[in-house]
Design a protein around this ligand. Sequence first.
Ligand code: C2G
Length: 129
Amino acid sequence: MTRVLTYGTFDTFHWAHMLLLQRARAMGDWLGVGLSTDEFNAIKGKTSVFNYAERENILRGIKYVDLIFPERTWEQKREDIVKYGADIFVIGDDWRGKFDDLSDLCRVVYLPRSPNISSTLIKQFIKTK
Ligand code: C2G
């Protein structure tokens, strides 16, 4: 059984998030998602439109996602990989290189980030309405 982990805020859930989760899940038999808490978002310098509970509720409805757990720190990934027995860590290549240090524990894969869509763009578009 190949177990995959990914992490993110997944605010204003959109098709690129879905594509990422779909591709991540397709790399194995199980996908766990470390969902950034509102507090961790602040550490990441992000504010999300939807809070953790609302974002988690959306991910719960996605068939590619087998487990959702809070992402509270940058450092927890190593512990999570061991805890969940992850074989692969996947994330968009906007993070290319940033998580190579995990490669002693599991395969690290950076997937192409989808162009022309982001939670920021969606928020900006709504403001102009
Ligand atoms: N993503 C993508 N294409 C986009 C936007 C996002 O492929 N146009 C991917 C990101 O690369 C990431 C996932 O979708 O793999 C979630 O994106 P965000 O919610 O923006 O997550 P981020 O803020 O990058 O958090 O510790 C890791 C961080 O928590 C990642």
